[in-house]
Design a protein around this ligand. Structure first.
Ligand code: ADP
Length: 611
């Protein structure tokens, strides 16, 4: 049994536990992969929209160039330059102020007596456009840094230099601090902290507070230095912490003249808003996308009425040098959803594993108990064989001994001879009984036992069986009482089978009587709970041990085993008796007797009396 338990633990329990552990791990990995996929998806959305925002600014630059060219169609650059501010603003709503400046720094437009915004523009930009002041301008690492490091012209008019910041390789972020170190400058820190930045982070890209470095760098440069030999471009600068986006164009007809437009931030914000409305409807259910300005406040939102900690998006992408420190940020509409679904998954999985382990435990218990039953049965069968052999041997020995004595003519006393003959008869009927029991049992096991059911008088049957058995009992010194009713009791039964039950019960009473050799046989008609007849066989013997009252009816089961009790038996007598009784619609039951001994009751249904 121990070996079975070890095999079971090794073959079933241990693999099940390993499987459960693997299942938990795989679900955890799946969950992680799913989260990563989600953040990659959101990162893709942010990158795409940042690229679109960047392209939008580039389109404004092209629009500006087209505007200037269409104005130049009917006039010369010098003539256009004088009233450029008014004409540009009238024709192109996106422009806040229009300006024309020569390479030498002479400002031809706007006029110092123009509207307030023009005057403000001049106050803010005159020195810069006149090359008398440097300003801080921005660029993306990995693009123009080497040029700048070599002190060459820094310009933003080449599309490959000004656009596509959002699609840059992640290494750019790593370049950031490395390059900043090279320049001896502190790297600029982004004003948002994305919670699940999908890009691999290194120590170089994240500082100790979890802040992330910006892809942008800045440097001081003069206007002429910035435009270099290029013909058009866009540059962004901060004035009193307010962003100024300037587009410029140098007409080929007069390369000494530069037309500049200050873009209206309000107009840019409106156009950015239209980019966000392109967000897929399925994503709208999950996320909010915002364009954050350089103070990390939303300049445009995919859905209005949403408020959160704007500095902590799920993922975000910098728009780039055209809108420095502006970010395209993604927020979850329901941030608890991920945690909830993870918790639900965990709960479902734990429940499943519990159920699985529980079923394995129940299954194991069932298998083990069945195994135990089978082992007991196997042991009982072995005992049965040795018991039956013993039971066969004892009567055979005495039959042989007495038959030999008689055959040799050594017994002269006729009374003795008669007694020997009686012993031979009794022992052979004991043999017959045993063989009948074994044969009947095997027939029953195979389902081949047939009953010859007829109307018969049970009292008569019991009387006949008792009188056949009486001589044997009395010869063994038993006091045998029979209390039978005068009137007959009609039942539907198989005569031989019921006689076999009675003899089995009487034989048991004889075997287990011990020193008090008294047996009583009763037949009683009972009205309750339905009218039936009872055959009771009572002895004053050892009785059935406690807790074995039902088990004695199991096949091969012996409550008193041959070795300790010295009483021989096959463990089949009661099994057969009960099966025969049940085949008649009745039952065999055991009741202990006050003062010791057993009472076995055969209950049978009665037939209605003959009319
Ligand atoms: P067996 O051949 O062992 O007697 P049975 O099926 O007739 O087989 O009985 C099963 C067991 O029931 C016996 O081994 C014995 O322990 C118990 N038993 C049967 N009859 C009696 C009785 N009259 N008194 C006490 N125990 C009994």
């Amino acid at each position: 049994m121990k070996k079975v338990a070890v095999v079971f633990v090794l073959a079933v329990i241990a693999p099940s536990l390993v499987l459960a552990w693997l299942a938990v791990r795989s679900v955890r990995d799946q969950q992680y992969a799913l989260e990563r996929q989600r953040s990659l998806l959101y990162q893709g959305v942010a990158d795409g929209l940042a690229k679109a925002a960047s392209a939008l600014l580039k389109d404004r630059e092209h629009e500006f160039v087209a505007q200037v060219q269409s104005l130049l169609a009917s006039t010369t650059p010098r003539q256009l330059a004088v009233g450029f501010d008014e004409r540009l603003r009238t024709n192109w709503q996106v422009a806040r102020v229009g300006c024309a400046v020569t390479l030498k720094g002479e400002i031809l437009s706007p006029s110092p007596h123009g509207p307030p915004e023009s005057r403000l523009f001049l106050a803010d930009n005159a020195k810069f456009l006149g090359n008398r002041e440097t300003v801080e301008v921005f660029w993306t690492y990995g693009k123009v840094d080497d040029k700048f490091a070599n002190n060459q012209t820094l310009a933003q008019n080449d599309s490959s230099k000004t656009l596509g910041t959002a699609t840059e390789e992640p290494q750019e972020q790593q370049l950031n601090s490395a390059y900043a170190k090279k320049l001896g400058k502190a790297p600029q820190i982004r004003n948002v902290v994305p919670q699940q930045q999908a890009i691999a982070q290194t120590k170089d890209t994240t500082d100790f507070a979890g802040q992330q470095y910006s892809k942008l760098s800045s440097a001081e440069a003069e206007f002429r230095q910035l435009i270099g030999e290029e013909s058009e471009g866009t540059l962004a600068r901060f004035l009193d912490n307010k962003l100024n986006v300037l587009c410029w164009f140098r007409p080929p007809r007069d390369t000494n003249l530069i037309f500049v437009a200050q873009l209206s931030l309000a107009a840019i914000k409106t156009q950015l808003q239209s980019i966000l409305s392109d967000l897929e409807p399925a994503l709208r259910q999950e996320i909010i996308v915002a364009v954050l300005d350089d103070t990390a406040r939303p300049a445009a939102l995919s859905q209005t009425g949403f408020a959160t900690n704007w500095k902590r998006p799920v993922v975000s992408t910098e728009i780039g040098e055209v809108l420095p420190h502006w970010e395209l940020a993604v927020y979850l509409l329901d941030p608890g959803k991920l945690t909830r679904s993870a918790q639900l998954l965990k709960l479902t999985l734990s429940l499943l594993i519990t159920v699985l382990l529980f079923s394995i435990a129940i299954g194991s218990w069932l298998i083990v108990s069945d195994l135990r039953r089978q082992l007991t049965l196997a042991r009982q069968k072995t005992d049965f064989v040795s018991n039956v052999s013993h039971e066969l041997k004892t009567p055979l020995t005495s039959i042989r001994m007495f038959a030999e004595l008689l055959a040799e003519g050594r017994v002269a006393d006729p009374a003795k001879r008669q007694s020997y003959l009686n012993i031979i008869t009794a022992e052979s009927s004991r043999l017959t009984r045993l063989i009948n029991n074994v044969l009947d049992f095997s027939r029953m096991e195979r389902g081949e036992k047939k009953y010859d059911l007829r109307r018969l008088n049970l009292v008569e049957l019991v009387r006949e069986t008792a009188s056949n058995y009486r001589p044997h009992l009395e010869a063994s010194g038993f006091k045998f009482e029979c209390e039978l009713p005068q009137a007959g009791v009609e039942i539907n039964g198989d005569h031989d089978a019921l006689a076999q039950v009675t003899v089995n019960l009487l034989s048991n009473a004889e075997k287990y009587s011990g020193s008090v050799k008294e047996i009583c046989l009763k037949v009683e008609v009972k009205p309750e709970p339905f009218r039936h007849v009872e055959v009771q066989i009572l002895d004053c013997g050892v009785g059935v041990p406690r807790n074995c009252e039902e088990r004695i009816f199991e096949k091969f089961y012996r409550a008193h085993d041959s070795l300790s009790s010295g009483i021989q038996g096959s463990g089949l007598g009661l099994t057969l008796a009960r099966q025969i009784a049940r085949a008649h619609g009745g039952e065999v039951a055991y009741q202990s007797r006050d003062g010791g001994g057993s009472c076995f009751i055969l209950r049978l249904p009665m037939l209605p009396a003959n009319p």
